[in-house]
Design a protein around this ligand. Structure first.
Ligand code: CAP
Ligand code: MG
Length: 404
């Protein structure tokens, strides 16, 4: 398959024929516009090679329609993800003939894919040392999400690392603010993680948030890696897919890229209009993110279990030209929710808890231990409540938050 197939759900305005509407999407995103053109004539008939085609159109019980549109690969500038999106997710969302339209999925041909992740699941597991156990990774988000100074941020990281987790990340809104300058924070946290390693023997990954303008992100990432960063986080929808791609393609940036999806709710939440997480996730894999937030099944965000699992399958399925990437389940998680996440999403995931670790009654280190104990119980198939009888940190977490 060399062309790009995009799947849309749409609802038409009263009286608008569905086939007409599907073609309106195709035309608007390829060679057409709202009227006939004098510039299209016998001499320029070659442009019709880029017309694309409506592959199929299915009416749904809810009165909406599904259509798959084939976009010729020539319409895309290889590697230019912003331009890809201008085609498959552009003006169509505003077409007056449509009451609503949602981009559900894309089949991205290999020749249009980027370099993909440098590390992927296997590479990150090798760094952490879980390539044999294949257990879920446990991560935390420094909380408060903003406000702590570098020294206090490092203290939170130190206490989390003592608990034995795999990954600590900046929150999506923490970058290089004056209250916590990035390089002061990075130095303090990496020193704290070194101290923790002296006690635990375990090197913890710290994803420093390099989200910034397109003209600065590569240089900032270079400086962060030179200053000792062992992982980066980028907010893909606010920084852009190209930011991920630029970092992933840069050989000097030899650390994994954790991809946050903040702002996705503006696109993914409405079941009838916008962009589903699936195409976003596939583009992140193509652009080169190593791990990506795809939603939790029991957390605070309104993700649907079936959709999250299906999206995770898509970004972890083997492709000869792109490594599988690590799905991140996060948002409102705590030790009492771990079993539900693992039973529905499996163990090839990263389970992340911010409040669910730092809100533990006995503090961050106990919260981290409680998360690890909850993972141990779930992997062993032991109910968390039973396992908590011999694991006090887990017992205290269940006493505070329950196990539902
Ligand atoms: C979680 C989090 C993450 C969400 C994002 C937050 O903190 O740091 O950004 O997980 O949602 O800021 O809410 P808590 P998603 O663990 O304290 O909820 O992963 O669905 O993109
Ligand atoms: Mg956050």
């Amino acid at each position: 398959m060399k062309d790009l197939i995009a799947t849309y759900y749409f609802r038409t305005k009263d009286g608008v024929d569905a086939s007409y509407a599907a073609n309106a999407i195709r035309e608007e995103q390829t060679t057409g516009t709202w009227t006939s053109l004098s510039t299209v004539n016998d001499k320029t008939a070659y442009v019709h090679d880029l017309d694309g085609s409506v592959e199929d159109l299915v009416e749904l019980p809810d009165g909406g329609y599904l259509t798959r549109i084939c976009f010729p690969h020539e319409i895309f500038e290889k590697g230019n993800i912003p331009q890809y999106l201008s085609v498959i997710a552009g003006n169509l969302f505003g077409l007056g003939k449509l009451e609503a339209v949602r981009l559900l999925d894309i089949d991205l041909p290999e020749k249009l894919c980027g370099c993909g992740p440098k590390f992927g699941i296997e590479g990150v597991r090798k760094i952490v040392g879980t390539e044999v156990s294949c257990r879920p990774h446990i991560g935390t988000i420094i909380k408060l999400k903003v406000g702590l100074n570098p020294k206090d941020t490092a203290q939170v990281a130190y206490e989390a690392a003592l608990g034995g987790l795999d990954l600590i990340k900046d929150d999506e809104t923490l970058t290089n603010q004056t209250f916590c300058p990035l390089f002061e924070r990075l130095e303090a946290v990496m020193d704290a993680l070194d101290r923790a390693k002296d006690e635990t023997g375990k090197q913890v990954l710290y994803a420093v948030n390099v989200t910034t303008g397109g003209d600065r992100i590569v240089e900032l990432a270079h400086k962060a890696v030179s200053a000792g960063a062992n992982m980066l986080i980028v907010d893909v929808l606010t920084a852009g897919f190209s930011a991920i791609q630029a970092l992933a393609e840069d050989p000097a940036i030899n650390v994994p890229i954790h991809v946050h999806r903040t702002m996705h709710g503006a696109l993914t939440r409405n079941p009838h209009h916008g962009i589903a997480m699936r195409p976003i996730a596939k583009l992140v894999r193509s652009a080169g993110g190593d791990q990506l937030h795809t939603g939790s099944v029991s957390g605070k965000m309104g993700s649907k279990a079936g959709e999250v699992l299906a999206d995770n399958i898509e970004i972890t399925k083997p492709l000869s030209y792109l490594k599988p990437i690590f799905p991140v389940s996060s948002g409102g998680l705590h030790p009492g929710k771990v079993a539900a996440e693992i039973s529905k999403l499996g163990t090839d995931i990263i389970l992340q808890a911010g409040g669910g670790i730092h809100g533990h009654p006995d503090g961050t280190t106990a919260g981290t231990r409680a998360m690890l104990q909850a993972v141990e119980a779930a992997v062993l198939g032991i109910p968390a409540r039973e396992y908590s009888l011999s694991h006090p940190e887990l017992a205290a977490a269940l006493a505070k938050w329950g196990d539902k």
